[in-house]
Design a protein around this ligand. Structure first.
Ligand code: SAH
Length: 228
């Protein structure tokens, strides 16, 4: 899979995309991530990428030209399955969307900044808009990193224990059961006996019950979606 991220603040993406599972997935050749600085495509001495909003609203708006030049260049080089814009009014990222994107070959993620982007980019160049929740961040870089992380860990081979991603919350429409590790007792706080029993069938049964109970208690609407 190839992911091209378009940003005016590439520095914001350095750390989140260069450690842990994403780092290993890149090293194994499962994913290639290219970060493009939109400013390189801005005109003039200052490589201008933003300008005042028409209509006199406060705040700067990302200009269409540099983004158009960059997206056109990428699209000449290969076919993209999706050109995503991170936006607070987009569809809210969930495990289903992450699963869908993890099957794609090439995607572009455009990060907005300032007051947002010239709406013509959204009307003519973008194929999908994704939000990471009902709140406003300063830029699309953290949302882009969240999308990459959610998607890349689903690519087969990215996580060493193949079943691990499958048993995560939401993957089967349920929240994950609680997990524990050594020591067996800390401060007098113990671990559920069944997990220490070695009885795999009993452990599985307990985990399934816990997953169901936690979902019922914390996110009952997930159960309704699961049944429909
Ligand atoms: N004026 C815009 C917000 C601009 S915030 C509005 O009211 O909708 C600047 C940029 O941050 C946006 O262009 C978008 O790319 C990104 N962003 C902010 N919050 C986000 C969220 N919840 N999900 C995805 N992207 C977000």
């Amino acid at each position: 899979m190839r992911i091209d991220i378009l940003t005016v603040v590439p520095e914001l993406l350095e750390s989140p995309l260069n450690h842990s599972i994403i780092k290993r997935a890149k090293a194994k050749g499962l994913v290639e991530i290219y970060i493009h600085n939109i400013r390189d495509y801005g005109k003039g001495n200052y490589h201008q990428v933003d300008d005042y909003a028409f209509g006199g609203d406060a705040g700067m708006v990302m200009m269409i030209e540099p983004v158009y030049t960059l997206i056109s260049k990428l699209c000449e080089e290969r076919k993209y399955d999706e050109i995503i814009y991170t936006s607070p009014d987009g569809e809210i990222l969930n495990q289903g969307i992450a699963n869908e994107l993890s099957l794609m070959e090439n995607i572009i993620i455009l990060c907005g900044h300032y007051k947002g982007i010239d709406h013509r980019i959204r009307e003519h160049l973008i194929t999908r808009e994704i939000s990471i929740g009902d709140y406003v961040l300063s830029g699309g870089e953290i949302p882009a990193a969240a999308i990459c992380d959610a998607v890349i860990r689903l690519i087969p081979g990215a996580i060493s224990d193949e079943t691990s991603a499958l048993s995560d919350s939401f993957q089967d429409g349920l929240l994950a059961p609680p997990t524990y590790t050594r020591p067996k007792e800390f401060n007098g706080w113990t671990v559920p006996e069944v997990l220490l029993s070695g009885n795999l069938a009993a452990i599985k049964k307990w985990q399934d019950e816990q997953a169901l109970e936690r979902t019922k208690a914390l996110r009952p609407e997930l159960l309704e979606e699961r049944e429909s």
